[in-house]
Write a new protein. Sequence first.
Lengths: 155, 746
Amino acid sequence: MATFSLTINNEAHQVDVSPETPLLWVLRDELNLTGTKFGCGKAQCGACTVHLNGNAVRSCSLPVSAAAKGKITTIEGLPKNASSPLQQAWIELDVPQCGYCQVGQLMSATALLAKKPNPTDADIDSAMSGNLCRCGTYTRIRKAIKLAAQKGGKS
Amino acid sequence: MKTTTENLGIEIGSTSKGELNRRDFLKMSGLAGAGLVISIGLFDPRTAKGAIAPEVFEPSAYLKIGNDGKIIIMSKNPEIGQGVKTSMPQIIAEELEVDWKQIEVIQAPLDNKLGDQFAGGSTAIKQNFTELRKAGAAAKEMLIEAASRKWKVPLNQCYASEGFVLRKNTDEKLSYAELADDAAKLNVRENPKLKEKKDYKIIGKPLAGVDNEKIVTGTAEFGLDARPKGMVVASVERCPVFGGKIKKVDDTETLKIPGVEKVILLEATTNPTRMVAGVAVIAKNTWTAMKGRKALKIEWDFQGGEIESDENLKKQLEQNINTKGEVLRDDGNVDEAFAKAAKVMEAIYEAPFLAHAPMEPMNYIADVRADGVDVWGPTQVPGSVRQLATIITGLPADKIKVRMTRVGGGFGRRLMADYAYEAITISKAIGKPVQVVWTREDDMQHDFYRPSGMFKMKGAVDQNNKLIAWKINASTTSRYAFRGASDPAYKTEVFPDGFPAGFIPNFRMEYLPTQSKVPRGAWRAPGHNITAWLDQSFIDEMAALAGKDPVAFRLEILGEEDKEMPYSDHGGPVYSTKRLKNVIMLTAEKSNWNQPAPKGMYRGFAAHFMFGAYVAEVVTLSMPSPEAIKLEKVVCVCDCGIVINQSGAMNQLEGGIIDGLSATLNGAIHIEGGKAKEGNFDDYRLLRMKDAPNIEVHLVDSEEGPEGLGEMSLPPVSAALCNAIFAATGKRIRKLPINLSSKPTT
């Protein structure tokens, strides 16, 4: 066990866990930030996507020791009233079905728009293909990203 | 206790035979200070068969109009992504005459007053449509009556609109909140007048999902997110070989890990539900439990299960399709027809096991105490979970509280309650609330897989190129055979009344089940997910044999005269050739089928009837290289009767298409040494964003009663895709998943 200081959604947290613990389980089990989802445990599905220093990363495969020095953003760090252009587009186009993967999808899309406010289809393919949606909402996700980009890009 | 096993393996599939007499009833009770509460009875045809204990299926729906201005609709069924948490309340709200914005939807727990609560067979909308409308309409009529008494004017001087009762030709109005307490004292309306479709304001609208805001802020509660006080986590190492037992466990290293609390052995059971033999590591959190599990040293007794393999199963399947099976249909004389036919074609089709792999891995929470049990988590069958809890604990059903969360995908996997059984068993053993958390590998290697199958098809045309004979010898690893169900093994595997049966003078269908230890269950569009591929691929082969256009060939077989074809499976008792032809023709029109495909584009067609709905689809693809497919576009036309939610309906159809394409291109669970070879999304690949085609969905504007939509677009897309590959390459795809040496490109 070791103590780690984490900066999550601009707040400081201290956790006492073994260093190899994936960030995902620190968020969910230690800090009760359950918005970030467990899907595969080996960075194959993207359900656990969070931002580390603005980059989309898979928290299920990121040891807490590697995240300790960075700035972490989770879905709980996005507007709680769902006011970001992406969150609004997701609601307006009624993207979710079961909804389980959508947190990860939004975190990947948010990182994309922060870097490329007007992404091409190829940009979307490349940023979003690490996020699986078992319900098959890909066409709506693509449309929602484009709608959010039109309406002012970054969240 | 075979019946119990069957009871708990809830299956919707094709067991209900059309409409039976309805036993609709309305009940009302006034709760002090709570305003008007209405619950309505819903008839479930399965209870007529005595298949399910009546207390679990005493059905109803629930609506609460508070005297505080709140209008709450309890959503009774599990929300697994099929949209019922929005669409079912929409139906009540329509008749209630309220502004949709006034409604708050709350997920109901399992409650006898609410009755039938499950997700399966795409049945929720179809079975509840009338009753939900009655619930809304009865409440509205009582609110109007309360107002008429208050004003002392005749009923016909009052009407309802947007949450108020208004008095004609005056400015007077009373809100539903003001009327709720008075309305609660009135007699219930048994047969309220229902609105006509032309007057609908809420039904048919594209309303966004009621939980969307929670979903995009990460606050929607899924099973895995529940955190009861004092909860510990269990991770279970299960016998990797199907049907094995524990021989010896050394947990020394596991118990040394800080945070590990206990190790529990789970013996394999098949009754009252199936539970795989396993060793459960209980720890203070998920990661520690998973870590503790890796440190176990276990010797298994495989019970001979290790000899099971794809190779052995293939031998059995081959033998079965070449042996005379149970004759399920025998029209005319196929042998004579083949003997005198102008052209005959024979082909063998083969489909693999599939995993469900919903995004939320299996998990369940149980808190077993001496005085009662609390359980919650993702399930399609909360009633089965309660039954299991009563059996395990010996407590009566009213001591079992079943809470429902959103469910991160179902696809049929969560019709089985094995993981809930584990949680209840473990909590009982340790006397604490416990959450059982499966890894993705657990999920893929201990699924109840879509049955695999092999099919010998033979068809013939005469000298006028008319289809005169069709013969199928089918064998599948039937899920009913696996479960030991009283229904015959072929049920929900093949459909003797499905198109083109009934249109070909000589038609014969034979079936033999193939035995296996591999667990099988219902996978989205059970049976149809193979038969539509089979029938709609082979009819394309027949069209090619006859030298005819695939769409024209199908329409020619269906004939000009409109018919109601007998259909004995789920979705029957008949299907309409008029509606089937209509979706075929509309799809041809919307996809410009009758114009040549653009250069470098190849198209395939398929149409299918299932569970009461009609779907036709065209897949368009290109081939960037001789062995690479790029999915360009899918056009889909669906006639599902009255559409409740335009947006939700289209989302379901789009999703089913992606799911079907994904399974056709990549889906397969392989069996080797008695285990599933695949374990995660790196070897069980799903379609990703870069591979997804454009999808264009059209819904037929229909006056017919509404049908479900969660499954129907999936089956035909496999055949449409394979037929498009034939158009591109001249090669028939008769074995799934598609094996071109490279898969879709970006």
